[in-house]
Design a protein around this ligand. Structure first.
Ligand code: ATP
Ligand code: MG
Length: 360
């Protein structure tokens, strides 16, 4: 990934100006962590970027940012800029393109996100980001309160970085969050969910939830059941406990899974019929909540005599024949009885046994 990034920088520098890797990639590289994508800050203007990458769909042009994918690495390239007049505690209304990295880094959120690397792998650390990386601390660039009032999402980003990286919040950052947390209500649920998802899926999810509670963010984030969250190894499990499908955005599939999970939470996930009806995935989440191990549930699941209706050794025609069914709508009912009897161990899944059961 680094090699691809450096060769893109070289190509850009050969064209004109000066470009740098910056943000999450450099931060994670210095920490020895993997990154998903690479941010590049460049002195090239959006017009020059368009000349350099003529094939790009430049709908992004007016924002001075383009996405490029090279060798499966996604790059977010932004022209050096200042941002002015934030609106709705989130979006700058005005962009001003500037000439230098020195000016560009000042609009970034945290010192650890403002470390740059040039094409020769020189680190350009204008705001002491490396010191904060070493001390494992999240510090805003400039006054925390001012920066969070400009863009309230930065509060959630601060917590997310603190949780995923295992860093502490600088005192100023923590104080500002406590004071300004109500501004989180102004943000879209979509952006909030993105940050929360990242927090909930990292290995420190438990600490993340404790931190949200400690800072009193459950109220402004409308996470009414945050105190009850007790499973940390599954994202859907956490959202099911939080029970906020009416507020936060979820896909139809996610909503269905969450609803089913909420049902399994009220049942015994090791029960054969429950395992059969809800499946291994949902039951594992519910089981871990009740203190059972994954192995216990999996073993129970693989020992089920049937996993789906098709596993029952009888055909629809045989059912109709044995039961003398005129009304075919009854077939479902018969199947359900067979499932229950087989899963409870009252009936063996063998054709002749099932036939004589049906006839009796
Ligand atoms: P990751 O990609 O791991 O989530 P990242 O730090 O790369 O972390 P991005 O959202 O990709 O985060 O943003 C890239 C860079 O843009 C950041 O490192 C930061 O310098 C800047 N940035 C992103 N969001 C903001 C913001 N809300 N306010 C100020 N600067 C920001
Ligand atoms: Mg990034």
């Amino acid at each position: 990934m680094l090699k691809t990034g450096l060769s893109l920088l070289k190509m850009m520098d050969d064209y004109k100006g000066k470009s740098y890797l910056i943000g999450g990639f450099v931060r994670d590289y210095l920490l020895g962590r993997n990154s998903n994508d690479i941010d590049i800050a460049t002195s090239l203007t959006p017009k020059e970027l368009k000349n350099l990458f003529p094939d790009l769909d430049c709908s992004f042009e007016e924002y001075g940012a383009v996405s490029v994918t090279i060798k499966n690495v996604r790059f977010e390239i932004t022209s050096f800029r200042k941002e002015h007049d934030y609106k709705d505690y989130r979006k700058p209304v005005q962009l001003e393109y500037v000439k230098t990295l020195e000016e560009d880094v000042l609009r970034r959120d945290f010192t650890i996100n403002a470390i740059a690397m040039d094409k020769d792998e020189n680190i350009i650390d204008l705001l002491d980001g490396k010191r904060d990386l070493e001390n494992k601390v999240i510090r805003t660039i400039g006054d925390s309160k001012i920066r969070f009032r400009e863009d309230a999402l930065r509060m959630l980003r601060a917590i997310r970085f603190s949780v995923t990286l295992g860093f502490r919040l600088d005192d100023d950052v923590e104080q500002a969050i406590i004071e300004l947390k109500d501004l989180l209500k102004e943000l879209s649920y979509e952006r909030k969910r993105q940050e929360l998802d990242k927090m909930f899926t990292c290995p420190n999810a438990k600490e993340g939830i404790e931190m949200l509670l400690h800072l009193g963010l459950d109220e402004p984030l409308e996470l009414r059941n945050l105190k009850n969250v007790d499973t940390f190894d599954d994202l859907l499990g956490i959202w099911a406990i939080l029970d906020v499908c009416d507020i936060y955005p979820f896909s139809a599939h996610e909503k269905k899974q969450i609803q089913k999970l909420q049902e399994v939470f009220l049942k015994n996930p090791l029960d054969s019929l429950v395992l059969y009806d809800y499946g291994l995935y949902l039951c594992s989440i519910a089981a871990s909540r009740k203190g059972f191990s994954k192995e216990e549930v999996t073993l129970k699941y693989v020992q089920l005599p049937i996993n789906k209706r098709k596993d029952i050794h009888i055909s629809v025609d045989e059912i109709v024949y044995c039961k003398n069914l005129v009304d075919k709508s009854k077939i479902k009912e018969v199947y359900r009885t067979l499932e229950e009897e087989i899963l409870k161990g009252n009936l063996e899944n063998e054709q002749d046994k099932i036939i004589s059961y049906l006839k009796s």
